[in-house]
Ligand binder design. Structure first.
Ligand code: PMP
Length: 353
């Protein structure tokens, strides 16, 4: 080992789902939205002429912040935007988790949390979800350096009732509690109204799922002005111009079209509820997901073999080779047509077992 190697920051990166290329692929592995973004987004995109690229973007992304403030009924000073909610969450870990005490998040949750904690040298503990993958709020009532809860949770898809979320926030008023609501639009109860009552609460959301804009990379946080100002100070100490101008413009258009947003969310929820029935008919059991994905396991078919068989058919789902999850598959809700192709393959595969 070279002497300088001892001073390299060690990091074990988060591994995102595959992004395979090809026309015939059915991609149900990274919880993207199968429908296009709102028509206004596509129109604004066509109207871009390069002028938007020549100058630096507005570092405060004011146009987008204004649209979000209007849509969520909060003040502009209560909103922080970033390059996907991963950027917002990473900034929040860096900004708020500076105590000697461990932060708390469940053992089964978004696998980026331990990666940021390790990167920023934040100690952490991971209370175990119960057999049905439920959070016990009691586990979050001990001394800690902060709390992070994905609600609804990933990859399980299940949601904690708002009452239980509030109980956790209330019990932790000495630290910051982050509620990651990446999937909330598909059926969870949002904690946004609680930001007016709890100054220690930061709610994080994304445009990647319910607004069909994963490729644009837009995420945002809502919280009291003190939390948002602190986030901005850290962000501006690192890189002022993170969000590019097309994302600011197109994100704003997406927020303006509430009718399209609600209609597409309803389409996905309808397909999801039908999928729960179809999967059960095929011998799977699944958690009661209120997201845009299902978390399924089969009584006879092994998840890894099934994952590989689906992949050979160009149907990509997500498999996690980790304890507790290694007999489950996480399946993003696609179009009805994509889902039908998958059911047909599953039917013939399971018959052959
Ligand atoms: N939180 C959760 C729970 C997620 O599953 C994801 C998607 N990988 C994210 C945050 C980040 O999404 P994005 O950066 O695209 O907003």
């Amino acid at each position: 080992m070279k002497p300088w190697e001892a001073y390299i920051r060690k990091a074990v990166p988060y591994v995102p789902g595959e992004q395979p290329e090809g026309n015939r692929i059915i991609k149900l592995n990274t919880n993207e939205n199968p429908y296009p973004p709102a028509p206004g987004v596509l129109k604004a995109l066509r109207e871009m002429n390069g002028e938007q690229f020549r100058k630096y973007p507005d570092p405060s992304a004011n146009m987008l912040v204004e649209a979000l403030a209007d849509s969520y009924g909060v003040k502009e000073e209560q909103i922080f935007v970033g390059v996907g909610s991963d950027d917002v969450l990473g900034m929040a870990f860096l900004t708020f988790f500076n105590s000697e005490r461990p932060i708390l998040f469940p053992d089964v949750t978004y696998s980026f949390y331990p990666v940021w904690a390790d990167l920023f040298r934040i100690p952490y503990e991971t209370p175990k979800l119960d057999e049905a993958f439920r959070i016990n709020p009691e586990d979050y009532k001990k001394a800690n350096g902060g709390v992070v809860i994905a609600n609804p949770n990933a990859p399980t898809g299940t949601a904690l009732p708002l009452k239980a979320v509030e109980e956790i926030i209330k019990a932790n008023q000495d630290v910051v509690v982050i509620i990651d609501e990446a999937y909330v639009d598909f059926g969870g109860q949002s904690a946004v109204p609680l930001i007016h009552r709890y100054e220690n609460l930061l709610v994080v959301q994304t445009f990647s799922k319910s607004r069909s804009m994963a490729g644009m990379r837009i995420g945002f946080a809502m919280g009291c002005e003190t939390l948002i100002t602190a986030l901005k100070h850290v962000k501006y100490s690192y890189n002022s111009y993170t969000m590019n101008q097309p994302s600011i413009i197109l994100g704003t258009e997406a927020v303006k079209d509430r009718e399209y947003f609600e209609r597409r969310v309803a389409d996905i929820v309808r397909t999801r509820e039908a999928a729960k029935i179809r999967f059960r008919e095929l011998g799977f059991s699944c958690t009661d997901s209120c997201t845009n994905f299902l978390f399924v396991t089969h009584e006879k078919a092994g998840a890894k073999e099934l994952f590989e068989a689906l992949k050979r058919e160009q149907i990509y789902v997500r498999y996690f080779a980790v304890p507790r999850l290694d007999n489950y598959l996480r399946v993003t809700i696609g179009t009805d047509e994509e889902m039908e192709t998958m059911y047909q393959f599953l039917t013939s595969y399971l018959k052959g077992l």
